[in-house]
Write a protein that binds this ligand. Sequence first.
Ligand code: DAH
Length: 346
Amino acid sequence: MSEKKQETSELLTKAAETLKRELAKLDDKRAILRSPTLTGLCSQLRTLPQEERAAFGKALNDLKSEVAGWVDASQDDVKLQPIDVTAPFDVNTPANHKPSLLPARDGSKHPLMVELEYMIDIAYRMGFAIEESRLIDDDYHMFESLNFPEGHPARDDYDTFMTTDGLIAPAHTSTMQNRVLKKYAGNLESGNPIAVLVPDRVFRNEDLDVTHEHTFYQFEGVYVDKGITVGNLIATLQALLSSYFGQALKAKIQPFYFPFTEPSFEFAIERPESLRKGDTEADMWLELLGCGMIHPNVLKAAGIDPAVYTGFAWGGGIERLVMMKYGIEDIRHFESGKLDFMRQFS
Ligand code: DAH
C-alpha cells in the first residue's frame, strides 16, 4: 500500500470510529448522514490534488454506504415498534424531532364551553342543580317517558342516529327529564322544589347549512313544586336570559306543540338593539327556545303525582345564543376544529 493510500485508509477508519460513537448518541439516526465528520471529509475531497481524488472518493463512498447501512439497521428496529395512530405525531419519532405538544398557555377554552359555563353559573346561582346528559340513550328516555309512544308522529321531529341494537344518540337534552325527576323527587317530600339544568351535547340527522349542525348543545331546565304556573316559567326564563345577555329583556310566549308539555310554548325575547335590522314587530322578537308546563304523563312516568305537583321545563340551543353574542355567521365553525376560528376567542 502506498503511503498516501495508507494515510487515507487510516483517516477513514478513524472517521468511521468517530461516526460510530456519534451514532450511538443520536436519537434520530438519520442525522449521522449530516455529521460534520462526514461532511468534513467531503469538503476535504474537493481540496485534494486530482490524482488522489479518485481513490479518496471511492473510500469515502464506501464509508458513506457503510454509515447508511447502520442507519437502515437502526431504522429496522424502530419499524418493529407498534404505532399509535391516534397520537398527534408518530410516537416512534426520536425525542429531539417530536413536535412540541401544545403548551397549555397557548391554548384557550372553546367559545362554546365558555358560554356554556357562563350559563351554568347563572342557573346555579338561581338555585338549579346541574346534571350532564348522555351521548347514547334508549327509546324509553328519548321518547316513551316523554309521552311520545311508539308511532307518535312528533317522533319525526327528532330524527337522529341509532345503533343497530336500537340505542339512540339523543336529539334533545329532554332525554334526561325522567332521570332528573326521579333523582330529585326526594326534594318534593322535604318541601323543596326540583330545579335542574341539563346542558349537554345532542345530535340530529340534519342537512347541514349555516344554521344546522348534526351535533350541537342544548340547555334544558326542569322545575317542579306545588302551585307552579306559566308565570313562574316566564319569570325564570326572563331572569336567566336577561342575566346571560347582561340587560333587562322583554319576553313573550306563543303557543307551540311538544308531546311532553301541556300547554307548550315558544319563548321569545326582545331582540337586543344591536341585533335589530329593521323596526318591524317581527324583527323585534327572537324565538329562542321551546318550553311549557310538564305534561302530567311525564310527571307520572317519574312517580310524581300531577294532582299535587306541577312544573315547567324548557330546552334550547346554546350555539344560537353564542352566534348572536359574537356575530358568528356559520354554526359549522363550532365543530370544525379550525384554529383560525378558535383563536379569535382566546
Ligand atoms: N326538547 C325540545 C327540542 O329539542 C325543546 C323543549 C321543549 C324542551 C319544551 C323542554 C320543553 O323541556 O318543555 O325541540
